[in-house]
Design a protein around this ligand. Sequence first.
Ligand code: SF4
Length: 233
Amino acid sequence: MTGHVHSIQSLGTLDGPGLRFVVFLQGCNLRCKCCHNPDTWDMQSEKQFTPQEIVEKALHYKEYFGDKGGVTLSGGEPLLQPQFCYETFKLCHAKGINTCLDTSGNILNDNIKKLLGETDRVLLDIKYTENDLYLENVGCSLEKPLEFLYYLNEQKIPTTIRQVIIPTINDNQNNIQKLNKIVENHSCVDKVELLPFKKICQTKYDNMKIEFPFEHIPTPTKEMMNKLNELLK
Ligand code: SF4
């Protein structure tokens, strides 16, 4: 079995605890208007690796992982390749490596539940707290990631909620209050990260000759990010 891989970051600090070997998988079923990685959407890629090959590569960095670090599967949307992710995480655990899944949580089925059984932490995107914004800017309903979160909570899987702050869309107090409510209701969530919307992906859209839907939206100021972070409970 092989997984379609977009790219690998040997030692990343942004996608999960500690230093991590981050594998960005190819393929996504959503079309977020703020997407930084439109080049991961198409499932086809020239790079395919077996779970064994991924874990062998990750093992080269094991000494840097320490107590907290490990392997993160990100995307694209890793849930589109649940069997590959499951096998990779199972092998990681056999080698004593911590596992983390970075997902938008819009699919939940038996294969994914099996994968979550080998997942030490989930980084879950709650992109907006309003269903209308989800439908308009993501392509699924808010219910999907909330159902996913409900399951994570039932299974007591440690979860970090992440949200990209996009000026004029979700950079407001009301959104953070709703996010606080979601966190309050799910004890599996032990961390919330607000990430500033960035536009460095513009060149990817230009190269793909497609429009970046949020091209006109400014990036948030530091003051705005600080203010919203202070509102987080
Ligand atoms: S889920 Fe992630 S990869 Fe997929 S479209 Fe949204 S931001 Fe892009």
